[in-house]
Design a binder for this molecule. Structure first.
Ligand code: CP
Ligand code: NVA
Length: 319
């Protein structure tokens, strides 16, 4: 089995590697639905401790189309480490697979898997990051805005896993990100510091704001659920804390620059009428289904890259 690097965090790819994945992803999207079969004779396990529509389906369909054999393991009823040690689980699974993709409740589980595995471990969402989402989002932003450097993104809502990976990824690509959140729900400060360090090398920037009107003047307005998987017991207090942060047609119109309404992004699943109104998610500037599609191409490019298959038989990619 191949031995290469993991993708637990957006920081596991530097700026140049991230751009390489995005370029390959664009090429793979152009070649869809008949991309080159870069992953023939490989086997990938998908492990999910939490529900998923997009991540599960996009990995399964995408990697299968590239020729990989994909095995899905539902761990929702039996969190990793319950039935057997994470070491035994990982070291067994790597005897059958070339890569392990896992959605976990605790990020530390991914880190422990990575310590034991000789095959790549890929984060399909943890409580800390959602780096595959951010790759698809960067691809989507580049296609919509025509560039990444200097693009201004306002992330409004909970400073959560999706926010963290968006910060780290877009900072490395030279974009500016303003996180607009109640002070009790700011992003993790270590992740903010890491994002600022990445931004300082690219001309990007990272800002924090608490006033919902701070979304004005940005090219993109991004939001996510206020109640992530695992924080359902806090639903009432969160919905109350975030009331002023709902993205509405009025807030998007007020955020417009010279009459141009920002693009709207959401990783989905969305709670319509809670963090975003129907008129926005269904509106002319919404990119949500582009994001969902691009997840697949970005992940195909990522796994192809991690497994060193980029030159195998891609049709026109220049990774
Ligand atoms: N955006 C995303 O990860 O969606 P799923 O939870 O449906 O996989
Ligand atoms: N922040 C959300 C993202 C879902 C894709 C969660 O963790 O539930």
């Amino acid at each position: 089995m191949a031995s290469t690097t993991d993708f637990l965090s957006s920081t596991d790819l530097d700026a140049s590697q991230t751009r390489g994945v995005l370029d390959l992803a664009d090429a793979m999207r152009r070649d869809w639905p008949t991309p080159a079969r870069t992953l023939e004779n490989t086997s990938v396990a998908l492990i999910f401790e939490k529900p998923s529509l997009r991540t599960r389906t996009s990995f399964d369909v995408g990697l299968s189309r590239l020729g990989a054999d994909v095995t899905y393991l539902d761990q929702s009823a039996s969190p990793l480490g319950d039935r057997e040690s994470i070491k035994d689980f990982t070291m067994t699974l790597e005897r059958y697979t070339d890569a392990i993709v896992a959605r976990v409740r605790r990020h530390t589980v991914l880190q422990e898997m990575a310590r034991h595995a000789s095959v790549p471990i890929v984060n399909a969402l943890s409580d800390v990051e959602h780096p595959c989402q951010a790759l698809g989002d960067a691809m989507t932003i580049r296609a919509a805005c025509g560039r990444l450097e200097g693009v201004k993104i306002a992330y409004i809502g909970d400073g959560n896993n999706v926010c963290h990976s968006l910060l780290l990824t877009m900072a490395a690509l030279g974009s500016s990100v303003t996180v607009v959140a109640p002070s009790a729900y700011e992003p993790d400060h270590d992740i903010l510091a890491a994002a600022r360090e990445r931004a300082s090398a690219t001309g990007g920037s990272i800002e924090l704001a608490t006033d919902p009107e701070a979304i004005a003047g940005h090219d993109v307005v991004y939001t996510d659920t206020w109640v992530s998987m695992g924080s359902e017991s806090e639903r009432d207090e969160r919905v109350e804390a975030f009331q002023r942060y709902r993205v509405t047609a009025a807030s998007m119109a007020a955020a417009a620059t010279n009459g141009t309404v920002p693009f709207f992004m959401h990783c989905l699943p969305a709670f319509r009428g809670v963090e975003v109104d129907d008129a926005v998610i269904d509106g002319a500037t919404s990119l949500v289904y582009e994001q969902a599609e691009n997840r697949m191409h970005a992940q195909n490019a990522l796994i192809t890259t991690l497994l060193g298959r980029t030159t195998a038989n891609t049709k026109g990619a220049t990774p």
